[in-house]
Design a binder for this molecule. Structure first.
Ligand code: ADP
Ligand code: MG
Length: 613
């Protein structure tokens, strides 16, 4: 019985672009279909380990490609898990799978003119067949014994049909009826070249018109000297299902304490930033070329989920199951060794070519920050990979913590930082001045999670990390800028202000570290920092916390403060309003002002007074 189904709307959108706007790089459809076939057989291999009742159990795991120039067809057949009727609808009629999903997500964010380029970046999985074919048949039988022989057929327009098929084999056989302008793909030598270029790494036999074509099976076991950049890149794309080039790669062999062959890559594009949700682990675990787990969860720490590649260890027992693998001490050991090597490698690459690393870091900083916050074992070495702008860099340039430490002045006790939304916010605020005056570098952190990252880190190279608005920073008196208010008058003024503003301030004291601003507020000991408060608020967890009582430091050298010292004796009402306003300005700079509208009312009053006098 024949059934016709409509494609899901997103699929139609993808197909429309595939069919109508893409004419370059068409050959990648072969890689897509071969990689699907290899995936299906990998799944079959794992299914065979646990299931007894398997259809066509004797079928050998291999991919057969056949070309027929006369009929202008290309056929790709595998003996993988195949698909049931429901799976056909789910997998080939909707976008639920990774490749096309990424593409559809990116499509939403990009303008029309970038469509074709996007396909180059993402590939579109199975649907790429329609770049070259005007009719595609998928003959299939699932590994499940009760499954049916089915054939899925479509011209890629808006619908597909599912019929019963006469085919008797397990797996999928995909027949492409090639468009006239794609007749080349029915030629044996064309197809052979493409397979050699893109699909040499399939770990199952790949036959073209009956002859075995793939040779290189385990690139990671070969010596580095015999491998070209292009081979590495193709390997990355094939195994990681990636469409970008890798940014860094690490290929190493270790003998002790454990025998390890590892080939690892970091991508150029961060797929999580396309709104695709969390990536799965991407470093596969092998034992002597036999795949044990394509996505092992406990091999590398979670923050390393953006890393792709292969780890092979002949010390692993071959019959290790995926479940027991997760708890194996040996696997953890392997992971430890590899993590350390990779961090060290990135650190070295970063110092060899800072510009390249900066670009990489811009896309992947999140993972390193997550690493510092969650990976206790490697925290200190991951911290070396962090980068921040600072008071000594230009906009967009960054510095690492190790470089910061090298530049520290001899009296400097801590590593100083400020978390604020932007460079401008930090540089126009009151905190930076004193540090600048003393020639002390301050790191600029622009993300709310940075606060959390530095508090997890706590120290780097034995030096405390300190926010510039901590209450206990003593930079020593700054002898800049003019004469200060005498001490007695300053004390009187502080006491008076404290009384006036007692609801919002914990302490009022003369500040030593102010240069050009009249005042600043500091977080008292034991209080949450402003950034922490913001984070709690964003999470809806501040539970209507009262604003914190702050430490209010006034600048006895500032004209406004000197004026206030006289005014509060003659016109306490106006002096009161001015004090409140100075405090609100300082709170605003610290990101602590909860009710900015009260400023309007007060400045109104002050202006009225000014206009009347
Ligand atoms: P992806 O490979 O990223 O999941 P594709 O568009 O390439 O996306 O494939 C869609 C889905 O169709 C696959 O996830 C798989 O479930 C199914 N599929 C495709 N080709 C085969 C095949 N040869 N055998 C079994 N299932 C397949
Ligand atoms: Mg695919």
């Amino acid at each position: 019985m024949s059934q016709t189904h409509e494609f899901q709307a997103e699929v139609k959108q993808v197909l429309d672009i595939v069919i109508h706007s893409l004419y370059t790089d068409r050959e990648i459809f072969i890689r897509e279909l071969v990689s699907n076939a290899a995936d299906a057989m990998e799944k079959m291999r794992l299914t065979q380990l646990t299931e007894k009742d398997i259809f066509d159990a004797a079928a050998e795991l291999q991919i057969s490609i056949t070309t027929d120039e006369a009929a202008r067809t290309l056929t790709i057949a595998d003996t993988g898990i195949g698909m049931t009727r429901a799976e056909l609808v789910e997998n080939l009629g909707t976008i639920a799978h990774s490749g096309s999903k990424a593409f559809a997500a990116a499509l939403k964010n990009a303008g029309k003119q970038n469509d074709a380029q996007l396909i180059g970046q993402f590939g579109v999985g199975f649907y790429s067949a329609f770049m070259v074919a005007d009719k595609v048949e998928v003959h299939t039988h699932s590994w499940r014994n009760e499954g049916e022989h089915l054939v899925w057929t479509s011209d890629g327009a808006s619908s597909y049909t599912i019929d019963e098929s006469v085919d008797q084999k397990r797996g999928c056989k995909i027949v492409l009826h090639l468009k006239e302008d794609a007749a080349d793909f029915a030629k044996q030598h064309t197809v052979k070249q493409i397979i050699e270029k893109h699909s040499n790494f399939v770990s199952f036999p790949l036959l073209l018109n009956g002859e075995r074509v793939n040779t290189v099976e385990a690139l990671w076991l070969k010596s580095k000297d015999g491998i070209t950049d292009e081979q590495y890149n193709e390997f990355y794309k094939f195994t990681a299902h990636a469409f970008d080039d890798p940014s860094y790669r690490l290929h190493f062999q270790a003998e002790s304490p454990i025998a390890i062959n590892a080939l690892l890559f970091t991508p150029t594009q961060n797929m999580e930033s396309f709104g695709m949700g969390q990536m799965e682990p991407g470093v596969a675990l092998y034992c002597k070329k036999v795949l044990i787990d394509p996505k092992p969860k406990k091999l590398l720490p979670e923050w390393m989920r953006f890393v792709r590649g292969v780890i092979d260890s002949e010390d692993l027992p071959l019959n290790i199951s995926r479940e027991s693998m997760q708890d194996s001490a040996l696997v953890r050991k392997i992971g430890d060794v590899v993590v350390k090597r990779l961090i060290k490698h990135l650190d070295k690459e970063a110092s060899d070519d800072a510009k390249k690393y900066n670009e990489f870091y811009a896309s992947f900083s999140r993972f390193f920050k997550e690493g510092v916050a969650t990976d206790h074992t490697n925290r200190d070495s991951i911290a070396k990979l962090l980068r921040f702008e600072s008071s000594m860099t230009q906009t967009g340039e960054t510095v690492g913590l190790a470089d910061y430490v090298k530049r520290m002045t001899s009296e400097q006790k801590a590593i100083y930082y400020q978390v604020a939304p932007s460079r401008a916010a930090i540089e126009s605020g009151p905190y930076l001045e004193a540090f600048k005056a003393k020639g002390i570098e301050v790191l600029y952190m622009f993300e709310t999670i940075d606060e959390y990252v530095v508090s997890s880190l706590n120290k780097f190279d034995d030096k405390d990390l300190k926010s510039v608005n901590a209450h206990d920073i003593d930079l020593g008196d700054s002898d800049a800028e003019g004469e200060a208010l005498p001490e007695a008058e300053t004390t009187t003024l502080c006491d008076w202000i404290k009384e006036r503003l007692t609801a919002s301030v914990d302490t009022v004291r003369p500040g030593k570290r102010l240069v050009g601003s009249p005042a600043l507020v500091l977080t008292p000991e034991g209080e949450m920092t402003p950034q922490m408060r913001q984070m709690m608020k964003a999470l809806g967890k501040d539970g209507g916390m009262p604003g914190p009582k702050v430490v209010f430091e006034i600048n006895p050298r500032h004209n406004l403060v000197k004026g206030l010292s006289k005014l509060h004796l003659t016109d306490p009402e106006t002096a009161g309003l001015i004090s409140e306003q100075i405090l609100d300005n300082a709170l605003l700079s610290a990101g602590l002002l909860d009710e900015p509208q009260r400023i309007i009312e007060r400045t109104q009053k002050l202006m009225e007074k000014l206009a009347a006098s």
